[in-house]
Design a protein around this ligand. Sequence first.
Ligand SMILES: [Zn+2]
Length: 140
Amino acid sequence: MADGDKPRVGGKTGGDVDQAIWPPVDAFAAGLGGRCPRCGEGRLFSGFLSVGAECSNCRLDYGFADAGDGPAVFVILIIGFLVVGLALWMEVSMGPPLWVHFLLWIPLTLILSLTALRLIKGLLIALQYRNKAAEGKLDR
Ligand SMILES: [Zn+2]
C-alpha cells in the first residue's frame, strides 16, 4: 500500500480542529454499533457505558464526547411509552393479577432500558461528532 492511500491523522497541534481526512462514516451504523464516529472501526466504549479515552484504530481523542443526559431522556420517553402502553393494554384487555405485571414489566424495562441506553449513547456521540456539536464558547 502506498503512503498516499493511508488516511492522514491530524495531530493535537491543530488545536480543537479535527484535521484528519477520513472517508465519511454512517453515524447511525457507527453509533448504534458502538464504533468510533470517525473511522467506524475502533471501539467507542471501554466499559458498558463508559467512553474510552481514544479510538484504538485512528487515535481519535474521545474527550469531546459528552452525551450528557440525552440518552437517559430518550430511554425514559421511548421505553416508558412502550412499557406503560403494553401494561395498560394488558390490564384493560386481560386484567391479570398484579404479580403478573411485576413479573413481566420490571425485567422487560430493565433489559430494554440498559440495551437502549448503550445504543442511544453511541448514536448521540456519533451525531455529536458528525455535526461538530459542542458547548458554546465566547471568543474574546
Ligand atoms: Zn477511530
